[in-house]
Write a protein that binds this ligand. Structure first.
Ligand code: HEC
Length: 233
């Protein structure tokens, strides 16, 4: 038999519920998130130079977590879209951030990236973790002097490919059949003329990185020099 609530109980229940609601809303965005870009030193993580390129090349694509698809409501295409979700990134607390939980579970059902896709490297996961530990700011590095004296695959080209391209281009299914995850493969894409055409958005090849920001001028100059110097390894 259903028990009728007495008015005092009802009032107590309402009081508890409103106290709870107040507590939940007061811990949202605490401290408040500034969307303003902040310049940081290179000893700190840069959202623009490190975090966003990792997300662009591993998560932020059509059918997944770009602005138009936003699978499961998760849109990883910009700082503002990431921060509009309270649970995805909990500032200073990687262990409470859903983003880190998804990545750590790779291989487990429902974890990210979906199986069949290249998992993030532990180095990339550490960048994301450290970024959250440092407060998950909209940080960027000042554009330092561009090193165009040295020119080698290992010191300049491979890091660019790993950050900006290889989330898609280390397996044929996600990179339109083009692989860029070794010296030989990158060299052969360069020799076809497509590599440079794609990163300079010349119109002679699909503009790359697909769906992300163009590489910066320094990165493009380094790739141009690597090609004109005959692909030093
Ligand atoms: C989000 C996934 C993604 C990222 C990141 C990405 N690519 Fe691609 N790339 C593709 C896909 C898919 C294709 C197939 C053509 C298309 O759909 O535009 C492609 C095609 C290419 C092609 C062939 C272009 C043509 O017209 O034949 C080159 C070269 C290329 N990518 C280089 C790069 C380089 C260099 C980077 C990093 C600076 C990069 N890509 C980043 C997904 C990506």
């Amino acid at each position: 038999m259903a028990e009728r609530r007495r008015p005092q109980q009802l009032i107590a229940a309402i009081a508890i519920m409103s106290a709870l609601a107040g507590a939940i809303s007061s811990c949202k965005h605490d401290p408040p998130i500034s969307l303003e870009p902040v310049e940081v030193s290179t000893s700190e993580i840069s959202f623009r130079d490190q975090v966003q390129p990792i997300l662009n090349s591993n998560c932020n694509m059509s059918g997944c977590h770009n602005a138009s698809s936003a699978a499961e409501g998760v849109n990883l295409s910009s700082f503002a879209s990431i921060m509009s979700d309270d649970e995805l990134v909990v500032r200073f607390k990687p262990d409470e951030s859903e983003l880190m939980e998804e990545l750590r579970g790779y291989g487990r059902k429902g974890s990210m990236p979906p199986s069949g896709q290249q998992p993030l490297s532990s180095e990339q996961i550490n960048v994301l973790k450290q970024w959250i530990l440092e407060g998950a700011r909209n940080s960027f590095w000042a554009q330092g002097p561009c090193d165009t004296v040295t020119s080698s695959y290992a010191s300049q080209i491979e890091p660019i490919m790993n950050t900006a391209c290889n989330g898609c281009h280390s397996q044929t299914s996600t990179g339109g059949g083009i692989l860029l995850n070794s010296y030989e493969l990158t060299k052969s894409a360069a020799q076809s003329g497509k590599l440079l055409a794609s990163i300079t958005h010349s119109g002679a090849a699909s503009p790359m990185p697909k769906g992300g920001n163009k590489l910066n001028d320094c990165q493009i100059r380094q790739i141009e020099r690597w090609i004109s110097n005959n692909y030093p390894n």
